[in-house]
Structures are given as structure tokens and as C-alpha cells.
Design a protein. Sequence first.
Length: 265
Amino acid sequence: MAVAQIDYSQAGELKIGQVGIANLRVRTLDVAQLAQEMRERVQRAPKLFERAAVIVDFGGLAQTPDAATARALIDALREAGVIPVALAYGSSDNEKLAVEIGLPLLAKFRAQYEPAGGSTVVGGASAPTARSEPVVGAEAPPPTKAAPAAPVAHGGQPGLIQTAPVRSGQQIYADNRDLTVLSTVGAGAEVLADGSIHIYGALRGRALAGAQGNEKARIFCREFHAELVAVAGHYKVLEDIPKELRGKPAQIWLENEQLNIAALD
């Protein structure tokens, strides 16, 4: 008796960019599968993804889709619960497509997918370089056991220090540097940094380190309850994180294109 093989590969790779906007790089142009994957993401974390703004990136395909297929995908994503707001910049064909379907082009999200040192893009297409929704790996102890006592400079600039609590609806962004929060990050709040993020209180909102693609950035917190954490676009939501890590001091880092989360001793 033949055993049916299950294909676990995903058609779309979702990353979280600056200001919480998600970038969906299409790896397989299967409208039904892409819509189903997005629907499942919304169902798993409705507070984060329901009616969320999404940038659609066709840069992982060998050929830019035609307008009819692109419109079908945009409609399907809307029905799945998110709001496509733009296309990621790519080839001249991609620019023409954006005009045809009436969406703007955004360029800055695209760079987060390219490997360090730059890669050659031929015909507007580049190979995907990251896995979608990397697996949490808490088995290996992190190399650093505690957050540094002072902010670490990133890009030659002093770190940004936030002394007051970051409350719901607030957003703090450390441009080209690390961010240190001396208090708490409340539910519904968002902290972003191009470098690492150090939180000396509870993290209940969102923390996005390496916002411009720095894969060496890390997140440290004294009490982990995060709605979402991301390093260089690789993200995890609270629903995906083992319960034994919740409420504990934690470190989040990226290694071999997998997001790792471990308790700090």
C-alpha cells in the first residue's frame, strides 16, 4: 500500500519589517495555498495579523506574474484577513505590474531578504535565503547569560535609552543603534531597533531587533510575555512559544536562519 507524502513546504515566506508591516515574499505562486497559510496565521494570532498591512514581494519568483494572477492573490489575501498595501520593488516588469493593479511600490523591505555582502539579482529574481517562521530552539544555551549593563553601540552611534515605560499604542525606534528600555514594554506597545534590544522590565508588547536586516542583533528581557519578537524579520508570536519560557528572563537570537529563544540563567 502506497503511503501518501505530505508536502510541508510553504508557498509564502512571511517576515516582519519596520513599524510592524509584514512582508510576504511569494516563493510558490499558488494563490489557494498562500491564502490558506495567511488565514492560518490570522487565526493563530488575530490581534497581530487581523487586518494587518502586508507588502507583497514577487522577487523570489523566476517570472513576475500577470496582472490577473496578481489581482487574484491580492483578493485572496484580503479574504484571508490581511490588507495588501503595496508591492516590494523588483524588476521593471514588477513596476509595470504595480501600476496595472493600482498598488504602490516599496523598496526598503526587499533588502532584508538578501544575504550579507549583497547578492546579484538577475531579471528581478533572487533565491529565497531564509526559512519561513523558524523553529524556536531553546535546547542550546545562549552564549551570553545576561544583558549588558549599558547599551551597546551599533553603527558607531550611542545606544538609545528609554527610561519611562513604553505604553500601549506607543512605538520607540532606535535608528541604526541599540535600544535599552529601563522599564517595561506594555501590551500593544512596540519597540524597534536596527541593533539589539535590552529590556530591564517585562516585555508584553512587540520587540523587533535588526529591523534593517542585521542578523547578529539580539533581544534581552527580564520577563518574557511578548506578543511578538523578531530578529532581522524572522518572527515568533506568543502562541508559538513554549509556556515554560513565559514570565522568565529570556534572550532571543538568530542562528542558521532559525529564531532561538532561551531562558537566561
